[in-house]
Design a protein around this ligand. Sequence first.
Ligand code: PA5
Length: 445
Amino acid sequence: MIKVNLGGCSSFVKDAEYKEYVDKALAAFDTLENENGAGNDFLGWKHLPSQTPDSLVSDCEAIRDEWTAKGVDLVVVIGIGGSYLGAKCAIEALSHSFAKQLSRKDGLEVVFAGHTLSEEYISELMDLMKERNVAAVVISKSGTTTEPAVAFRLVKQYIEEKYGTTEAAGRIVAVTDAKKGALRSLATQEGYRTFVIEDNVGGRFSVLTPVGILPIVLAGFDMKAMLRGAAEMEKACAVRSGENPAVEYAAMRNLLYDAGKTVEILVSYNPKLQYLGEWWKQLYGESEGKDGKGIFPASVTFTTDLHSMGQYIQEGRRMLMETVVTVEKSNRSTIINNDPQNLDGLNFLSGKHVEECNAMAELGTRLAHIDGGVPQLQVSIEKIDEYNLGGLFYFFEKACGISGYILGVNPFNQPGVEAYKKNMFALLGKPGYEEQAKALQERLK
Ligand code: PA5
């Protein structure tokens, strides 16, 4: 289902070099499979697709049906980072581009909060909540992350004031650790329904846990198909072979990185995949960017960004590689009409599908960028649907684990994320941070 094509790298690397990196990737694959590498207590994501029971999806569907029957028409999903980006990516990819304007719903309307501390954003969300029949899902593995905790405090208060505390308890679901964290204690005390994020699954690898499953189901999408697609890739990526797509991708990107291509751009040609780029950036950025190492992950949506970033990619500093996510078939069909006057000179396109133009733009751009010195990796899916997205999620996760081990880092921790939090707590006057606050104030004078 997912195909990796490395043909666009052939003019940049020698066969013998690639073989050497495939060997490195296979050694990293063994470490991942044998679970004897750094961070090996965070490998629970590896078998999620094949081991997630249908009953978990059915439980989420039951909540969707219950809320729908109650008239709920807006679900606020609160989370940040790995507790947000996977669901956001899937819902954006699967929804009609103009669902809002058409009032078209696949399921309940899902909006996100807790991924920002912008006062305007949360205030404007409150404006929306006032007009709608609201429920909320709060997602935090640690249960202590500031951004979602602040948003949840406000959303909870609003729901309780509007519906009363007993009804509010039925309109709020928490997804968090089985035992630890403030959110777990709060959920127990308030009597919320909860779903568990297992200890051995890190945030950015959690899209196929209730973190992703619940919002995706609430939005009306077929999570069982997504898990089937992921399970298919779990099988394909478990084969110890140089033809394993995760091994191929991990080997080539590390070879290019060692050859000076320190920035990888994830490219798609469909705006629906913009958040795939955001999810992928977190996955690879947080997994690999440590110990002074790591490919810097960036993303663009073409052809839009060819009119902004195209110049740099074609002719700027040559530290770039591109990974193009190709979608082979469009889900929709629109044919360019013939215009007898042909004032725009576009009759050479008459009778062609718009997607054919997109495909030729993709091909032409890939060749131009190769000529400009940007190696091209290509990851193809048949179409944008639940099944293929599930496969893509799993493929990138498995390749990330392999890639991180080739690089020589622990791909499953994120120690660097704490630095900003400590400063923010100190500056906001959190008890226990007095010394750090004093030191920061000195620096800010
Ligand atoms: O990947 C990660 O671990 C992070 O991005 C977390 O998902 C993010 O910080 C949110 O954490 P939590 O779910 O504990 O609120």
